[in-house]
Write a protein that binds this ligand. Structure first.
Ligand SMILES: [Fe+2]
Ligand SMILES: [Fe+2]
Length: 280
């Protein structure tokens, strides 16, 4: 999948249904502390992401709701309802997961408190359409990460299964609803400038904050000076599975003026997830 290549868009009728699941997860208290293959740095990175989900996703829900009257297409209105329901479930599950992280020595609350302050500032100072453009941009990030979580064998092999199940479920639902904020933004704004301005902003903020949050957790965990933790994290980011090089083509893809999230075909990944989910 190359950037700027002519895309074959999955037609609306062929896109997987946005399915609202209400799962209960129970991660054992004696699961490995460093659940991603024993890697301290990667575990800190994953918890750093989980720390921002509940309040970040509440901001997404608010941004979509604040703009939903602009949706004239009944199909899009239905999709918005499913999007809101899915993100609300993600918030609920990740709040419990973040409590679990605290019991295992990763206190995520200082990070979540920072997210609450920033999203409150966004609500106070940014118009609804800009908050929606930021949501669409961040949803592209989560969709790209979902491709990796669902498609990368390293996420299924060697990762503690109770943790992996939460990450795969969230990834699958991000893939299912990846076009909702984007399609609503296209209806209420349609401006490539508005879309890409927020993308530029989030492309600086999201990786920077994620790096700072990861460093904070590594520091609290005492692994900031642990060479093995760093090697494992750098390997994860750049070599195997190589988050950065794997995500980069998809990052560039969003810059195309005619980009649409379903130019990236996740149907096979989702079909595989659904088969595994149904099997328990
Ligand atoms: Fe989510
Ligand atoms: Fe989402």
């Amino acid at each position: 999948m190359f950037p700027f290549a002519p895309a074959v868009r999955v037609p609306a009728r062929d896109r997987p249904r946005i399915e609202v699941r209400r799962p209960e997860f129970d991660v054992p208290e004696d699961a490995p502390k460093y659940f991603y293959r024993g890697e301290k740095g990667v575990t800190a990175l994953l918890y750093a992401l989980s720390a921002v989900f509940p309040d970040g996703e509440r901001m997404f829900i608010e941004a979509v709701r604040a703009n939903q009257d602009g949706a004239s297409d009944p199909e899009l209105r239905r999709a918005i309802g499913a999007f809101v329901a899915q993100e609300a479930q993600h918030g609920r599950v990740h709040e419990a997961y973040n409590d679990y992280a605290k019991r295992r020595g990763f206190d995520l609350e200082p990070i979540s408190a920072g997210v609450r302050r920033r999203t409150a500032a966004m609500r106070a100072h940014l118009p609804p359409v800009v908050r929606l453009a930021a949501t669409a941009a961040l949803e592209h990030y989560t969709a790209l990460m979902a491709e990796l979580v669902l498609g990368e064998p390293a996420f299924s092999e060697g990762v503690d299964e109770a943790h992996a199940r939460i990450w795969r479920w969230h990834a699958a639902e991000e893939a299912e609803h990846k076009a909702v904020a984007f399609d609503l933004l296209a209806e209420v704004s349609g401006s490539t400038f508005v879309r890409l301005r927020s993308y530029a902003f989030t492309s600086v903020m999201f990786p920077t904050l994620t790096a700072l949050h990861t460093l904070h957790l590594m520091s609290r965990d005492g692994s900031l000076t642990d060479a093995r933790a760093w090697l494992g994290l750098l390997r994860f980011l750049f070599v195997e599975p190589g988050l950065v090089p794997r995500v980069l083509p998809g990052w560039l893809d969003y810059l195309r003026p005619d980009f649409h999230p379903w130019d990236r075909d996740d149907r096979e990944l989702l079909a595989r997830f659904r088969a595994g989910w149904a099997a328990g």
